[in-house]
Design a binder for this molecule. Structure first.
Ligand code: TRP
Length: 467
């Protein structure tokens, strides 16, 4: 994170600063927690291929569109739509982004809280000598309990609020530049340990040898949702960040580099997780707890594993923080710039409201376990009585598979059809400085390809259309 002082309309200082901030938002629990769990539930390799296809054909153009809107308007998403298309209802897209931010941060705080618990577990050497089954029980007992998960969630949310308030200029941005490369190294070490476990090859096969019969309409929508979630697109986060990007920056390159970095981390997380999943006989479709059940098994099998575990979960928390601040900022910018609430009050108000919803997510499997409904996407689901969805799962699903794709749809439509073509060209070519041969392709994608693709995947996935 470089040089974002959210309180003034500042610019990122350097080229690296822009990429570091946007990558800091993109890389987080989405890559390391969500990607393996969703890929595991949707059959692995075939899901991965669809996911990669969506990143390239839809994700990248949506990201570039958000940067374009943000840098053109130099405002929060809500204000940006108003300014670029006055008198038209496009600002509702900005409003939907604020709602999405509420939903995402509510359950993001739950999972970030799990990460904090696992730092504590690693510090007290609690994984040592436990079998895979015991580690599984350890996670589910913790997740089903009330006090500790909520406590950690509150701590995480307060940390997020403090960072948003302090501005990141002199603080974490300095550290993340060092810490995130270390996280990358730790993940690579985990990959090496995981693929050298006995029985690991089955996991690699699961991740890289596609079986397209495992895909259904819902898993294709899940792949799209995961692409949006992981890239931080579809709700205006990157419109907000785009508004801080200097005029000299090459937006297309930035979007490409951020997407590449994000995708690399997700794939590495997959390589770290799935071989171990099969080696320790864990079900790949274990759901949101997958990473927390699997990783302790790997740490146990490495020399110095407990120190390693502490470092890993600590850095994962930092990665989660650089993402959560980018979500909270969308709400704070809206409260302060549009509703004219003072920035400090806006931050605490937003944090308080989001945390209140978040606590309900955290209690999903405990106190509120009776609030659930059963969801059947496939024939096997129907045969087995379906998959139970709790409050947490419902918000997780709604955010990634409904709000973000819809937001993304309107964002590309806006850039393709509502913004002045000259303005779009100016932003992407930096007023003609770059001869971007890809510009016509980009325009064709945002006008036609991406809107149709998103709409089809969405309608098909929720069952309104049937192919
Ligand atoms: N992409 C982040 C992650 O992978 C989460 C996130 C941050 C996000 N900002 C977002 C997701 C905006 C959707 C929209 O952890």
């Amino acid at each position: 994170m470089a040089n974002i002082d959210f309180s003034k309309r500042d610019s990122f200082g350097s080229k690296f600063g822009v990429i570091a901030a946007a990558a800091g938002s993109a890389i987080g629990l989405g890559n390391i927690w969500r990607f393996p769990y969703v890929a595991g539930e949707n059959g692995g390799a075939a899901f991965l291929l669809v996911y990669l296809f969506f990143i390239l054909v839809i994700g990248l153009p949506v990201m570039l569109s958000e940067f374009t809107i943000g840098r053109r308007a130099r405002l929060n998403p809500f204000g940006a739509f108003k300014k670029l298309s006055p008198g038209k209802p496009w600002y509702l897209v900005g409003f939907m982004g604020v709602v999405a931010a509420f939903v995402i941060l509510a359950f993001y705080g739950t999972v970030a809280g799990w990460t904090l618990e696992y730092i504590a577990n690693a510090l007290t050497n609690s994984f040592e000598g436990k079998s895979a089954t015991q580690l599984e029980t350890m996670f589910s007992d913790f997740k089903d309990s009330t006090f500790r998960p909520i406590m950690w969630q509150l701590i995480f949310m307060v940390l997020t609020a403090f960072i948003v308030l302090a501005g990141v200029k002199n603080g974490i941005e300095k550290y993340t530049k060092i810490l995130m490369p270390i996280l990358l190294v730790l993940i690579i070490v985990l990959c090496i340990r995981s693929v050298t476990l006995p029985g690991a090859s089955k996991g690699l096969e699961f991740l890289f040898n596609p079986d397209f019969s495992k895909l259904n309409a819902n898993s294709i929508l899940e792949a799209l949702g995961q692409a949006f979630f992981s890239l931080s697109i579809g709700m205006g986060t990157l419109i907000t960040y785009g508004s801080y990007i200097p005029k000299s920056n090459n937006l297309s390159n930035t979007a490409l580099q951020v997407s590449l970095a994000d995708t690399l981390i997700a794939i590495l997380a997959g390589i770290a997780i799935f071989p171990a999943v099969f080696a320790f006989d864990i079900a790949p479709g274990s759901g949101p707890g997958l990473v927390y059940i699997t990783l302790p098994n790997i740490f146990q099998q490495m020399p110095g594993g407990s120190i390693f575990a502490v470092m890993f979960f600590l850095l994962l928390t930092v990665a989660a923080l650089t993402s959560s601040i980018s979500v909270l900022e969308v709400v704070v910018a809206y409260f302060s710039e549009e509703l004219k609430i003072k920035r400090k009050s806006a931050t605490w108000l937003a944090t308080g409201l989001i945390t209140a919803i978040g606590v309900l997510c955290t209690m999903s499997w405990g106190v509120l376990k009776d609030v659930s409904f059963t969801f059947s996407a496939t024939e096997t689901d129907m045969a087995t009585g379906g998959e139970k969805m709790y409050i947490f799962d419902i918000l997780d699903f709604a955010a990634s598979n409904v709000f973000l794709p819809l937001g993304g749809l309107f964002i590309v439509l806006f850039v393709g059809w509502a913004m002045h073509r000259k303005n779009v060209h100016n932003e992407i070519s930096n007023a003609g400085k770059f001869r971007t041969i890809l510009l016509p392709i980009f325009m064709f994608i945002v006008k036609i390809i991406a809107p149709i693709a998103i709409a089809l995947v969405f309608l098909n996935g929720i069952g309104l259309l049937n192919f």
